[in-house]
Design a protein around this ligand. Structure first.
Ligand SMILES: C[S@@+](CC[C@H](N)C(=O)[O-])C[C@H]1O[C@@H](n2cnc3c(N)ncnc32)[C@H](O)[C@@H]1O
Length: 232
């Protein structure tokens, strides 16, 4: 099932890559601007854009935060080809599925994904990977269209029938739950419209800090403190 839907995504974006920026200019510009305004960019951060497509967000981040170290992944080599010509050496790009990120654990200060979450066949494992590659206290930012809006529900019905690459669009409550279930804390969801059609949401959360470790005498090893250990 998941292989099939990823093949369909790869086929769709192979055809679309060269025209994507032009065809979706308004939507991409508007959603990325909204996303950027909700990102807590800090000088020198290491930032990963999952399913970065043609690299437009990475380019905007690079202009605002030239000292950031930028990475992008996508399953479509053609979309990454466009991103590579746009970004040159400003970002390191890798072909990868969202649920199998080719980075060491604890590599990034921020992981962001825009306009792609509704394609992921395995949203739980994808969020698990995003959490794994984040540093403790690292920030997650997801922007996607949102099932809470009537126009998006109609659009989704159409895509379910006519577009094999389409997977499913989430409502804000459902998306919050997925992010919390993946272990993120301080989860906030904001909904907004970019025009009469597109109702969007940006979900933000943070990876929990590293918990202090206790060594229990005689237990043979360290034990995690429970999350809310009462003071002694
Ligand atoms: C609508 S485009 C969004 C691109 C870019 N993030 C933006 O906002 O313009 C969706 C992108 O998600 C990628 N994609 C879809 N499913 C994916 C998956 N499971 N793993 C990695 N990339 C995926 C597609 O190849 C495509 O480049």
């Amino acid at each position: 099932m998941s292989e099939k839907s990823e093949d369909a995504v790869a086929r769709e974006y192979r055809k679309l890559a060269e025209r994507y920026d032009e065809k979706w200019a308004f939507y991409v510009e508007a959603t990325l601007r909204e996303t950027l305004s909700r990102m807590d960019l800090r000088q020198g951060d290491r930032i990963l854009d999952v399913a970065c497509g043609t690299g437009a967000l990475l380019q905007m981040i690079s202009a605002l935060n030239p000292r950031a170290t930028l990475f992008g992944t996508d399953l479509s080599p053609e979309m990454l080809g466009v991103a590579q010509s746009r970004l040159g050496s400003a970002a390191e790009l890798r072909i990868a599925r969202a649920d199998k990120l080719p980075f060491d654990s604890g590599s990034f200060d921020t992981v962001v994904t825009t306009n792609a979450f509704h394609f992921f066949p395995l949203p739980g494992p994808a969020l698990g990977e995003m959490s794994r590659v984040l540093k403790p206290n690292g920030r997650l930012v997801i922007t996607d269209w949102c099932h809470d809006f009537l126009a998006c529900r109609i659009c989704e019905r159409y895509l379910r029938v006519f577009n094999r690459a389409h997977r499913r669009v989430y409502g804000s409550t459902e998306c919050r739950l997925l992010v919390e279930t993946a272990g993120f804390e301080n989860v906030e969801v904001e909904r907004y419209k970019i025009n009469w059609l597109w109702g969007m949401m940006t979900v933000r959360g943070s990876k929990p800090p590293r918990r202090p470790r206790l060594t229990i005498p005689g237990s043979g090893g360290p034990a995690e403190l429970p999350p809310r250990c009462p003071p002694r």
